[in-house]
Design a protein around this ligand. Sequence first.
Ligand SMILES: Nc1ncnc2c1ncn2[C@@H]1O[C@H](COP(=O)(O)OP(=O)(O)O)[C@@H](O)[C@H]1O
Ligand SMILES: Nc1ccn([C@H]2C[C@H](O)[C@@H](COP(=O)(O)OP(=O)(O)O)O2)c(=O)n1
Length: 407
Amino acid sequence: FVAVPNPVYFTSFESNLIRERPHEWPMLSKGVCAHSLCITNTDRIYAARLHKTLGQKLALALQGDYKILRLFSYLPWEMDGSLQMGYFVLSPQGPSSIHARLADILVEHQKEIRFCSYRRDAEEDVQGCLWDFNGEGKEQEPCQLARIEEPDPSPLVLNIMRSALFYKLEDVLAVLRQCFASDPQVLCLQEKMKKERKDIDGKRNFPVIVIEGLDGTGKSTLTKSLQDALNATLLNSPPECISPWRKAFDDEPSLLRRAYYGLGNYIVADQISEAAQSSPVIVDRYWHSTAAYSIGTEIGGGLHNLPAHHHEVYQWPKDLLKPDLVILLTVSDEERMQRMCKRGLAKTVEEKELESNSLFRQKVEEAYKRMERPGCVVVDASGPKKRVFNDVLSIVCDHCNIHVSNT
Ligand SMILES: Nc1ncnc2c1ncn2[C@@H]1O[C@H](COP(=O)(O)OP(=O)(O)O)[C@@H](O)[C@H]1O
Ligand SMILES: Nc1ccn([C@H]2C[C@H](O)[C@@H](COP(=O)(O)OP(=O)(O)O)O2)c(=O)n1
């Protein structure tokens, strides 16, 4: 399928899967031809990294009118074991120069990429052709393609559950172990995590309050004021102890990036557990950030493509300490941009994407709102700092049964 503007599903299988055959191919209008490059290597970390580099190489090789879209390939009867990532390239000028432009990439990766071409025949049907790279690349027998309806579960959602979000510490550690098998610092941290995990359901003396929201919604400002007002401990996820690795992980594919943020959440959970014995705890970002950004990034197209309310992607990991209250700050796009411009700090790639893509922003915010157990209490944070602070403080006091003298 193609993730922009909305997923499109198609198959070459002549089977009862093809209940309906919509013939519109919105992206293959007259004269346009398409090619797909699908990564066949089954090592998921290797494949994730290759997918990222391949995207960069394609962007360099195909400047101009070409459109590069995300693609997944799968066997319908065995989606979980067969999901492969790749790209779908649209060439408005027809196939003429694309083969020359892609030649180096295809030769270099011929053993780990499946390359197909697509075009309309005289009857306006779409034909797909697998390319053979034994010796010189050439097209094999074409086969007719048919569009099908979205499968349930969608491969996008399956991809989130398999490789973009981690619902268990063990899964986070498995990815990090595979990537950093020889890095003593990472190995040492992993051992520590396994041995020293606190009891997540243990009794806490003080409440734990998480503040969530997009960048620039006022989290840092608010968490500092709450810290003072409640005499609380302030924690951040990802925590300071792993922040030196953040830049490197932000440049990695989402599989690794989310493993990093996942690890951060588990480390912060231990810090929360300890701190909540002696003071209230305020946390600036936690699991909901990891999940909402991941869902917003991985789900293509519009808001309606998000998994339905109550879907398992919105559930809290069973082995991660739960906060008592999660506040989600929301402000309009315009106000948020103004605040971020004034602040002028370095941004993560995702935050840059958020800035340029309002749909992405809406998806992240909607995913935040769909999180469950605990869900978010949404607070309109577009007013002045003092008002936002008072609104949140009164929610915190009500919810956590705290009394503050100067409210
Ligand atoms: N309620 C508010 N009204 C106006 N400006 C605000 C408000 N809250 C925060 N700011 C300003 O907006 C910028 C971003 O706020 P910050 O707390 O750093 O957001 P975040 O931590 O969510 O990224 C800062 O310059 C901050 O001073
Ligand atoms: N617990 C966390 C914290 C942040 N993230 C990710 C989500 C986004 O890509 C970035 C946002 O972090 P950033 O430092 O820009 O946010 P703030 O400036 O603190 O608001 O980090 C996460 O996945 N999990």
